[in-house]
Design a protein around this ligand. Structure first.
Ligand SMILES: [Mn+2]
Length: 358
């Protein structure tokens, strides 16, 4: 990985060096703990590199970075440049013409031809890093060079990495982070950050504010002035929703297909967790957890598999369902999902081999 990383560092360095210090830099990040941690790393490190107008904007509930809504929201901020992290990469780009640095690790849906775009993706590296890990590795040498190192922010990289890749993630710096901030508080920060977007309130501003200000991961549990008490309430709500969702039993596709289906109805974003849990119990299957209670007019679903021979985005898109608006069938080889109108989701299930009406 180090050759690719060195190259990525050099090009990211050139991208940032090409921006004036007072350029408005908008950091647009995914709402999960990896995305928010990557966003907070850019939000806190870019000012140390001398930039004076930096803001961090998380993605909305079920929002694609390449949707009209997202583009309008970002355009209104009048960015001189964008950093887009943990939200995928697509040929048409987020704001074509606006210089954009993508920092990502998902399976790219094409590469922007826009000469103003720079893509740093860990997809295809060995091991594949996550976004916060990548953000830290890109920013640390630049900050060092600028005389304002970011070692004190390493815990943000660890929070994102543990969230996406687990405690055993192969990031060499994880050990140092655990020594300094302890496994307990890093894990606690991961759980509380993710609880906020999984809760029915979908409050991503509270964890972001804490990640942007805290000097220790324990602040997410203890800094009540910045909303830590709200995070505790979100965790309780999500745990209750999860206990309910665990009662669902799987249905299996006919005809020897790999698919298993869990049907859920919850206001909380528990479907990724349920899919992940059943992935472990059904290692020879591809599990779909479908939630009819999360979005008003759509079925939100997560697909997970332990099988290395399956490419879930490709299999889902091969059904030919959907309008191509980028609302499902992205992500990683073994983790995908999205949301579809109920009728389209029913068609998807049929094409995957489930009996109609089940
Ligand atoms: Mn990620």
């Amino acid at each position: 990985m180090s050759g690719a990383l060195d190259e990525a560092r050099a090009s990211a360095g050139r991208f940032l060096a090409g921006r004036p210090a007072d350029a408005r830099l908008v950091v647009y990040c995914h709402f999960d703990a990896d995305g928010l941690a990557a966003g907070a790393l850019f939000g806190r490190a870019l000012p140390r590199l001398g930039f004076t107008d930096v803001r961090v904007v998380p993605s909305g509930r079920a929002e694609s970075a390449f949707s009209d809504d997202a583009r309008a929201r970002l355009r209104a901020l009048a960015p001189d440049a964008l950093v887009v992290t943990d939200l995928g990469v697509r040929a048409d780009g987020v704001l074509p013409g606006v210089p954009t640095l993508y920092v990502d690790h998902h399976q790219p849906d094409g590469m922007p031809a826009d000469p103003a775009a720079l893509v740093v993706t860990g997809y295809g590296w060995h091991p594949i890093p996550c976004s916060a890990w990548l953000a830290y590795e890109l920013l640390a040498p630049l900050a060092e060079e600028a005389g304002r190192p970011i070692d004190d922010l390493l815990w943000l990289g660890a929070v994102g990495t543990i969230s996406d890749l687990g405690e055993k993630a192969p990031w060499p710096r994880l050990e140092e982070a655990r020594k300094r901030w302890t496994a307990k508080w890093l894990k606690e920060a991961v759980v509380l950050t993710n609880a906020a977007r999984r809760a029915s309130a979908f409050d991503v501003e509270t964890p972001l504010a804490l990640l942007m200000t805290a000097d220790h991961p324990r602040a997410l549990a203890e800094d009540v002035a910045h909303g830590a008490d709200r995070l505790a309430a979100y965790r309780a709500e999500v745990n209750a929703a999860l206990a309910e969702a665990r009662k669902a039993a799987p249905a299996f596709a006919a005809g020897g297909g790999p698919w298993a289906l869990l049907r859920l109805h919850s206001g909380c974003q528990v479907h990724p967790l349920i899919a992940q849990q059943w992935r472990g119990r059904l290692p020879n299957h591809a599990v779909i957890a479908a939630n009819t209670g999360y979005l008003p007019d759509a079925v939100a679903f997560s697909a997970r598999t332990a099988r290395r021979d399956l490419d879930l985005p490709a299999l889902l898109r091969a059904t030919g369902v959907g309008d191509g608006s980028g609302r499902f069938g992205h992500g990683h080889d073994q983790a995908s999902g999205g949301h579809l109108a109920p009728a389209a989701f029913a068609t998807l299930l049929e094409r995957l081999g489930f009996d109609a009406g089940r």
